[in-house]
Design a protein around this ligand. Sequence first.
Ligand code: EPZ
Length: 417
Amino acid sequence: MDKLIVEGGNPLAGEVSISGAKNAALPILTAAILTEDALRIENVPELRDIATTCALLTQMGIWVRRPEPRVVELSAHALSNPLAPYDLVKTMRASILVLGPLVARCGEARVSLPGGCAIGLRPVDLHIKGLQAMGAEIDIDHGYIHARAKRLQGARIVLDLVTVTGTENLMMAASLAEGTTILENAAREPEVVDLAQCLQAMGARIKGAGTDVITIEGVERLHGATFKVMPDRIETGTFLVATAMTGGRVVLTDTRPDILDAVITKLRETGALIEAGNDAISICADTRPLAVGLRTAPYPAFPTDMQAQFVALNAIAEGTAIVTETIFENRFMHVQELRRLGAEIEVEGNTAVITGTPNLAGATVMATDLRASACLVLAGLVARGETVVDRIYHLDRGYQAIEAKLSALGARIRRAS
Ligand code: EPZ
């Protein structure tokens, strides 16, 4: 199984280009289900989860082609098998995003019920309740969600809590429903907005994406389109934190500072100098970071997908920080591994108290999920000697060529099997 070997101590310097956003590309690719016409999606990151999504769509009878790097062309004119099998869903929870589009387009769907994952139970009850409110008949049968509806009906849906893929699933389903759907307490994440813009390019009538009330007026059919996926704000944030930890000067290009306010604000509190342009961000850090406390919450608050990276930063920062995770009930798995590098962290319920130390020392550590693996790589960049990060396949799910990008910035990092 692949490992990453990181030798600490090098400041980062230079320029790095940010890839397309995983969490926008995944729902956007599933939107192909909603039309018979061809879709061309550009700036698609080269990731394990993208390959899984393409395999999932292909086995449904959808024509999928990758004519050039970072481009996917799809056509669902011959969609014949509205099924998402266990073997694919177990490797990627986001497969649930085919449920809404399949019911809306085919009137039927069989989707394996996603199991729990390392960071939490992660039920999909709100996806199901929303589709039932639109008139779908749903039952769980032998581990599969079986949904049927002649034609979905517009409805007013108040989501019990903010769910990103739940909002995306229901927004896609509602775009072909009869009548108008109002989603209240909807997720405001930039990835939801990117999906809405792709659906609008396909002819959908959507208002309010980016706010907590989204209105979708259903149409008879959607048409083809060409769409460019937004940059990945979590990859951007990860490289910014890496530079704040190692010290150095880095320019991130092909990104969007306007969707990273909460992260940039926290990084400035650590003492890093950050300049934001239209599609580039530069960071300069030449002192040991100051500890910074944070609390995760739905957008536009501090993203849970940046929590682990900031725990790594606080582990070497000057001072003590309190980090509270409010989205997932089990998202401190990286703490035990950081302790193996000598970090001083106490966890109580959903709160971690981190006392910074400049003396992390390399060791072998194990990645448990995508963002935890990024956290361990960042800690390895500053720990004395070599850190070996095991189970790196988690990282490949969400970061395109991270070791090549970090090496280009001067990091000593390599892959080994
Ligand atoms: C999306 O997951 C992202 N994944 C996650 O990124 C991200 O951490 C999360 O949103 C929060 O920002 C994708 O977009 C593919 P939620 P999602 O539904 O949609 C509870 C990464 O690292 N909930 O917003 O699955 C749930 O258990 C990944 O890239 C229900 O109770 O998250 C959680 O506590 C990890 N019932 C909370 O809501 C439901 O039906 C928010 O989850 C749905 C969710």
